[in-house]
Design a protein around this ligand. Structure first.
Ligand code: URA
Length: 441
């Protein structure tokens, strides 16, 4: 087989065979196919597309390019969730203990934040002592004994994706639904869970800015997952504003604790309960989504979900004194209020800009090697649709470095848009996606 012929076939709009796709992924991962030929193929894919069979094969080959996590030593049907990346998205910290408290094993590989979006591993590491690198046998033992473990992604998870993503990033070939879906799903398939629930974000702070693109991505990923024998669902959720009220690693852990204690932001609660419900349904612990939702809600009201979170933190060596009493954590040095410049209604809170404000305070990283300050971040006090008066509090920045405050303040204030006309609130959930397609709510 020759790479030249594969590129030619796709350039002409022909379907690639499974053998051709396997040849490309293996050859590229092994360094036998050079970047320039892979770039040409990626561009041909962007221009001519891949059908669902080609996309599924590509995903499976990428998943098989490195370690396939063997979770067979874990008893029961394993559930996983994945978010396409948002600002203020701390749902894993809420959903995982809810589901685990119902006896469903959650063996989760999570990532760090990059750019304006946060990552679960950074959030967990804001808890003093918390270990996100744990040996495989301890990971499996924890899931078997207490149903929950979260660790950083192994370096050898879907290496084909890592190489392809780096190339796509610099060859203008990121924004193709098949390539994004296969990239995300290759890592999910390699992570070994039987049930996968995807949170596909849509809006200004999301990778996919329009509902149509988000729905197409969600549908592709659900089809790939189901084609590969994993029960897969997606929900399409809003990222036209921050999810919840807080952005910043420790601040988000605190907010997750609030939800687990039955308090906190209603939209964050709703998205978390919905994700948990699909995981519960997918694992067969409930016969209907309504029943699953009731189980998830009861896990919060009974205190079981919070108790599971505390147990999980303790198991991974986190200092539970801060879980029992979050207010005892040292606060960031500066609290900076930010005020509205005019009267009106909030028409937009650009989540990407809010995420960037937190990043400028030191709460996120621009480059993979950057370190993060666990205590900094911000609070957003208003939502889209709220009526506002000039001088009213928009939110608060939490900063440790005075020199970073001005730029972050400007970015944060600039994220808000105002209008004289009243504006509808944005719903937190737009649609759900199962094997039968996209269902708007
Ligand atoms: N996230 C991924 O993991 N891959 C993509 O291609 C896009 C977003």
């Amino acid at each position: 087989m020759r790479m030249y012929d594969v590129i030619t076939a796709k350039k002409r709009g022909l379907e690639l065979t499974d053998d051709q796709i396997a040849y490309v992924v293996k050859g590229f991962t092994a360094g036998e196919i050079p970047d320039y030929q892979m770039s040409a193929l990626l561009m041909a894919i962007c221009l001519k597309g891949l059908n669902m069979r080609e996309t599924t094969t590509l995903t499976l080959e990428m998943a098989k390019s490195g370690d396939m996590l063997d979770l067979s030593a874990i008893r029961g049907i394993k559930a996983d969730k994945h978010s396409t990346g948002g600002v203020g998205d701390k749902t894993t910290l809420i959903v995982a203990p809810i589901v685990a408290s119902l006896g469903i094993p959650v063996a989760k590989m999570s990532g760090r934040g990059l750019g304006h979006t946060g990552g679960t591993i950074d959030k967990l590491e804001s808890i003093p002592g918390f270990r996100t690198t744990i040996p495989a046998d301890e990971f499996i033992r924890n899931v078997n004994e207490m149903k929950l473990a979260v660790a950083g992604q192994s370096a050898n998870l879907a290496p084909a994706d890592k190489k392809m993503y780096a190339l796509r990033d610099v060859t203008a070939t990121v924004d193709n639904i098949s390539l994004i879906a296969s990239s995300i799903m290759s890592k999910k398939l390699a992570s070994g869970a039987n049930v996968i629930v995807l949170d596909v974000k849509t809006g200004s702070g999301a990778f996919m800015k329009t509902f149509e693109d988000s729905a197409a991505l969600a549908e592709a990923m659900v089809t790939i997952g189901n084609n590969c024998g994993r029960r897969t669902y997606a929900i399409i959720t809003d990222m036209n504003q921050v999810l919840g009220r807080y952005v910043g690693n420790w601040l988000e852990v605190r907010e997750a604790i609030d939800i687990l204690k039955g308090q906190g932001d209603e939209e964050l609660r709703l998205v978390s309960i919905t994700l948990a419900s699909y995981m519960i349904l997918g694992c067969g612990v409930a016969a209907s989504l309504d029943e699953a939702r009731t189980l998830a809600e009861n896990a919060i009201t009974s205190g079981a979900a919070f108790a599971k979170f505390r147990e999980f933190v303790e198991r991974q060596s986190g200092d539970v004194r801060f879980i029992d009493d979050p207010a005892s954590m040292t606060a960031a040095d500066f609290e900076v209020p930010v005020y509205a410049p005019c009267d009106g209604f909030i028409s937009e809170i650009n989540a990407e800009e809010v995420g960037m404000a937190s990043l400028l305070l030191g709460g996120g990283r621009e480059k993979k090697e950057d370190s993060v300050d666990p205590l900094v971040g911000l609070r957003v006090d208003l939502k889209v649709g709220d009526k506002v008066k000039a001088g009213q509090l928009l939110g608060v920045l939490y900063a440790d470095d005075e020199a970073r405050i001005e730029a972050a303040k400007e970015r944060f204030a600039g994220a808000f848009r105002y209008t004289g006309e009243s504006v509808n609130a944005v719903p937190p959930i737009y649609a759900y996606v199962d094997e039968n397609g996209v269902h708007k709510v």
